[in-house]
Write a protein that binds this ligand. Structure first.
Ligand code: 9MR
Length: 448
């Protein structure tokens, strides 16, 4: 019999409350503290693109192995890498990625079988019958080699044009074999490895637009005719010119409603700090809101090896430090927050202090000096604020680069802001007193 809580004796009600509190405490005590474990708690994988030539770098593999539960070879499975000459298959680099991932229990996304880019020139030179045979041989060659080892294959990649036409992109396959090449590739793929999920993968299809409408129509047609397709990949390469679309979740949902899984396959978002973190949060929340969104892959481990490294689009900086975007993704996945705050991989917090002294004083002015000292962790950059009281004004700054907002001058390093743990640097400035000799206010130091 179930009793309403208000009728329980006082002691029983108190016990229930205590148990609830204990359950909550126990839950937070075991909260996941990596991307992969937090995503697993949501029934999803969290993957990354992996480049075989970085696997020898200790920080790269340590971060990869700690955080990610899926790997996508970034270039190693593409046609130019795997079948550079007709019928000559080379799997060495791709094998290294697959073996590394699988030996640690991670899944592998196969990327990609039929794509207009990174295609050896011999393919483009074939006439229709030969090209059809070569396409099927290529699919069978790769899927056969990795049979049973691949979670999902990007069978066909980027087959639609950008813009409003909704048309297929010109490629040797499209131009010689016509629309039917996509269907044929999927049918060949199903027979080659029936255990692998078969995906169509594209970019600029992340929101509802002419291109995603065309892909949607194709998937709908495939499902209605029994053409084998299991998933659609949304690359999700975002920047200020191409931000996370407002209808991102709705777009994922309408594909899921066709009866396919959806996967975020190449996520990266240019930017930094809280704006980048907020955009990443939106992507993760959209995936979690769509039951058939089965996982997220970011397009690289560290900003320094990103295909768009200048845009710092990933979750770890060039020194493998967790960025605010990392903390945001982990939190959105329901993982435990980073106790040391953004920018720290689990060691001491990245902090600095700013100490002010007046180093010279004369009737009409004075010189101030600020000493910036790194805390227990190394610092890659810092800022400090200086506010001089009216009617004083700052006439020059050295060893630092100032920017001003009202009375507040924010000073950054002029060159490299790197400081080893516990070490110091200084900047200085000259103030025109204009009748006041009062001391400036030197604000807190921020470090990253
Ligand atoms: O990240 C890949 C980069 O190293 C290659 O130079 C580039 C060549 O085309 O491909 C990049 O990956 C692409 C992916 O395979 C398909 N979607 C777009 C990706 C970014 O260009």
């Amino acid at each position: 019999m179930t009793m309403p809580l208000r009728r329980l004796p006082r002691t029983a009600a108190a016990t229930l409350v205590t148990l609830a509190a204990l359950t909550t405490a126990a839950h937070s005590a075991v909260a996941a503290d990596t991307l992969g474990s937090a995503a697993a708690g949501q029934g999803r994988y969290f993957g990354t693109a992996v480049a075989a030539n970085h696997l020898g770098e200790a920080d790269y593999t340590a971060t990869l192995d700690r955080e990610f539960t899926s790997a996508t070879p970034e270039n190693e499975m593409k046609w130019d890498a795997t079948e550079p000459g007709r019928g000559t298959f080379t799997f060495g680099a791709a094998d290294r990625v697959v073996d590394h991932a699988r030996s640690r229990g991670a899944d592998v996304r196969g990327h990609t079988l039929v794509w207009h880019s990174q295609l050896p020139s011999w393919v483009g030179a074939l006439g229709a019958p030969d090209l059809r045979a070569a396409m099927n041989t290529h699919i069978n060659g790769l899927m056969g080699h990795y049979k049973g080892q691949i979670h999902s294959w990007d069978v066909v990649n980027e087959a639609f044009q950008d813009g409003g036409s909704g048309a297929r992109r010109s490629s040797p396959f499209q131009d010689r074999l016509g629309d039917g090449f996509i269907e044929e590739a999927f049918r060949t793929a199903r027979a080659a490895d029936p255990a692998a999920k078969l995906c169509y993968n594209d970019y600029n299809t992340d929101g509802v637009n002419a291109k995603s409408n065309a892909v949607h129509a194709m998937v709908k047609d495939f499902k209605s005719r029994g053409v084998p397709i299991d998933c659609v990949g949304f690359q999700s390469h975002f920047n200020s010119a191409s931000p996370v679309p407002a209808d991102y979740r709705q777009n994922l949902q309408r594909f899921a409603d066709l009866g396919v899984d959806v996967q975020i396959t190449e996520l990266d978002i240019e930017g930094s700090g809280s704006a980048q973190a907020a955009a990443y949060t939106r992507v993760v929340e959209a995936c979690l809101a769509v039951a058939r969104c089965t996982g997220i892959t970011v397009w690289g481990v560290t900003d320094k090896y990103s295909w768009r490294s200048g845009g710092t689009p990933l979750l770890f900086d060039g020194d493998y430090r967790k960025k605010p975007a990392y903390d945001a993704v982990l939190a959105a996945l329901g993982g435990s927050g980073d106790p040391d705050g953004p920018g720290d991989p689990g060691g001491p917090a990245v902090t600095c202090t700013a100490a002010y002294t007046r180093t010279a004083d004369w009737s009409s002015g004075y010189n101030g000096q600020v000493t910036i000292t790194a805390g227990a962790a190394p610092v890659s950059s810092w800022t400090a604020t200086v506010t001089v009281p009216a009617p004083q004004s700052v006439s020059s700054v050295w060893n630092g680069t100032p920017s001003r907002a009202g009375d507040v001058m924010t000073v950054r390093p002029s060159w490299n802001g790197t400081l080893a743990a516990g070490t110091s640097t200084t900047f200085g400035f000259t103030v025109v007193k204009n009748g006041s000799s009062a001391a400036p206010t030197v604000g807190g130091c921020t470090a990253s």
